[in-house]
Design a protein around this ligand. Structure first.
Ligand code: ASP
Length: 343
């Protein structure tokens, strides 16, 4: 155990050294913190999101602020699966899900939220201003408006409009990730298996460690494109799309939400890290569990996890090839392809 004086000395030293992005080895109490602060997030959109998170982390800010600011970048972009410009549900409405969790296990979430540009910020308000963890639908929207979030127009982005019109030609009600046989009908703006065989999901999940060594995470999505109205996936569900335990680590998920929920995906990864597994091994074990449950149907779904532990080690794993995560620390900024179980 550290005595109080040593602890204060160590904290001051770590904050100073790590804000400079230096690799730090504090042998006096056998804690090794690699490349702290650190942020990782799902997919290539994460590269842009990490930059905003880094603005917070590199100036000594809190991981919670970093993960909110980071994913807000993606929520404002035009892509298939995050924010108001994303694909709608099968009735033509964009409905958004998001959650956030901090180092004290405070958490907040919104689901089935319409016409609000930054669901992650509403999730944070739920966490900070209500006695609840999750608000959904109309109630979530009323709360957002009461908190001063503008109600945006209910209209599809030009890309989503094309994508939705294409989908309407065949309009099957299967979750799109399963509906690979119709992938050509949905255009490039849909979360399908691509022509090159890679999977195209775009939820952004982000986990970060700040200069104080504290962890937080966020996750935000429009969910599966052309989903049934009212469908909510894993992304806003604490323990499924995101989980943070400041003593152990943090994990976020992307891919077929129903199959992440089944195994309490992100929570399972963190619990495996608690038992001593490194992030990559923990992610792999939960991916194996999903494949075991799904059997042959695992061919038709993609799930990916990315996790960090309290030592600042990072790992990821997915069912299929194609999942990548973006990483940024004081030394490097890169997109890392995750290992996978099935080609
Ligand atoms: N996990 C998201 C959901 O199921 C979708 C995705 O990551 O593509 O809602």
């Amino acid at each position: 155990m550290l005595d109080r004086r040593k602890f204060i000395r160590f904290s001051t030293f770590t904050s100073f050294a790590t804000v400079l992005g230096k690799k730090l080895s504090a042998t006096e109490n056998s804690i090794t913190i690699k490349d702290q602060p650190l942020v990782v997030s799902t997919w290539d959109a994460g590269l842009r999101a990490n930059k905003a998170a880094w603005d917070v982390l590199s100036t000594g800010g809190r991981a919670l602020d970093a993960v909110e600011q980071g994913v807000m970048v993606t929520e404002a972009e035009h892509n298939c699966c995050v924010g108001l410009n994303a694909n709608p549900d099968r009735d033509g409405f964009v409905t958004l899900d998001a959650c956030i969790m901090d180092e004290f296990s405070n958490c907040g979430a919104v689901a089935f939220l319409e016409r609000i540009k930054h669901p992650v910020s509403v999730a944070r308000k739920v966490m900070e201003k209500t006695p609840h963890v999750m608000l959904v639908g109309e109630g979530a929207q009323q709360f957002a408006v009461a908190e001063g979030f503008p109600l945006e127009k209910q209209e599809l982005s030009p890309e989503a409009k094309i994508s939705y019109e294409n989908w309407l030609k065949n309009s099957t009600y299967k979750p799109p990730a399963i509906n690979v046989e119709n992938k050509k009908d949905h255009g490039p703006f849909a979360p399908f298996k691509l022509e090159n065989g890679e999977w195209n999901h775009d939820t952004i999940g982000m986990v970060a460690m700040d200069a104080m060594g504290n962890l937080s995470g966020s996750c935000t999505t429009s969910g599966a494109g052309f989903k049934m109205r009212g469908r909510v996936g894993d992304s806003p569900i604490i323990g499924a799309g995101l989980f943070v335990d400041n003593e152990v680590g943090a994990c976020t998920a992307t891919g077929q939400g129903e199959d992440v929920i089944r195994v309490a995906g992100s929570h399972s990864v963190v619990e495996l890290m608690r038992q001593g597994l490194k992030p990559e091994a923990a992610c792999k074990k939960v991916i194996e569990r999903i494949i075991r449950i799904k059997g042959k149907k695992a061919n038709d779904i993609q799930v990916g996890f990315v996790a960090i532990n309290k030592k600042g080690e990072v790992g990821a794993y997915s069912i299929h090839k194609g999942f990548s995560y973006a990483l940024k620390n004081g030394k490097e900024e890169k997109l890392v392809p995750a290992k996978f179980m099935m080609p």
